[in-house]
Design a protein around this ligand. Sequence first.
Ligand code: SF4
Length: 457
Amino acid sequence: MLLRHTPKEVKERNALTVNPAKTCQPIGAMYAALGIHACLPHSHGSQGCCAYHRSTLTRHYKEPISAATSSFTEGASVFGGQANLLQAINNIFNVYEPEVIAVHTTCLSETIGDDLPQIRKKAINEGKIPEGKYVLGASTPSYAGSHVTGFSTMVKSMVEFSEKTGEKNGRVNIIPGWVEPCDMEEIKRMAELTGVKTIMFPDTSGVLNGPMTGEYKMFPDGGTTVAELKSTGDSIGTLALGEWCSAAAARELDKKCKVPCRVLDIPIGLAATDRFVDALRTIAGVSVADELAFERGQLVDMITDMHQYFFKKKVAVAGDPDQVIAMVEFLISIDMCPVYIVTGTPGKKFEKRIRELTDDLDYEVKIKVKGDLFLLHQWIKNEPVDLLICNSYGKYIAKDEDIPLLRWGFPILDRQGHQYFPTVGYKGGLRLLEKILNLLLDRKDRDAEESNFELVL
Ligand code: SF4
């Protein structure tokens, strides 16, 4: 009983979070920055913040994450970190030669009031940013928002690169949201099958799921190039996947360069993928590609074949808003019952979206925004579920309550594969269902009496 002190009785808490269902804003900013080609993320704060954020990303993606830090000491903490950041910009361009430095702030630098735009201006005026190189900035204190808002803020800052030349490039911008590198690959593959030319930003495919070649590259080949980011202003439209992670950047681009945008859910599950494919099809003015229709059919086939095992199974889901919304819709579509839904990220729209999805159901659905895993555990203690869908931190609840756990979301620190096998699109739907089914059927086998231990399920 690792969480043996979690009581069954739920008490109202406003000023205390226990086992948060979120992490620091800068982690999201750092992940987004890694999706720009030859970009070095820079943490404007103390070394400890940077070390924590790098190690969390390293443990999830199983790749070494490079990031620099302003390395605040007592002096910078009192008098401000401008001198440290100016020195850092100078050193980084001289030593590591990135094309872009993406600076994000931390609690400390925000609390002392460091002004990133002003420091960047000073760096330009003092000639510390070489010709053709760039410094981006994002304000990401962790006492507000979450890793999700940090990601969104850094992606929005990328719009700064966009230029409107007046000549359309025939491409569609896709802002994929915080998904795995393999999900980004899958989204691009689906667009390509439909005949849509895209610019994806950010794009961590090939950066955080690259091959071992024996040759070290400070900056892997993947990532959205600066030239592509500039060209986003000439695109014919933008598809932003996920209200929380992608909409702010898409709206900013629309405001700046008049590139019309559509905000869709992340294409997880049948219905959300259908909407994404339909959006691609409409843009391209074509019918759905045969390959995609085939993959869709396979997903429907698996749902149909295995429906009896999904039917009425109760599920608790904790994660980030964009992912959870799509997952809840998917679970309902296969007749599973998402009864507890928690996100640690703030935002009133979340509960509204989940209510829209669950209003017609004949069972009660508990929803908590800015919630924590402690509350989720209490709910489960009072009324158990058949499956828990959560990141690696859910394993403590799963072990104590003896519930199958689908590791899903961020971070996954104790398993492999998430960066290689997509969960978006129809193929990703198949993978999700396979994982859910295996968990449910393994449990069925484990608990079966000898007389009911079936060879064929
Ligand atoms: S909460 Fe703030 S101080 Fe702590 S690691 Fe995150 S950014 Fe740094």
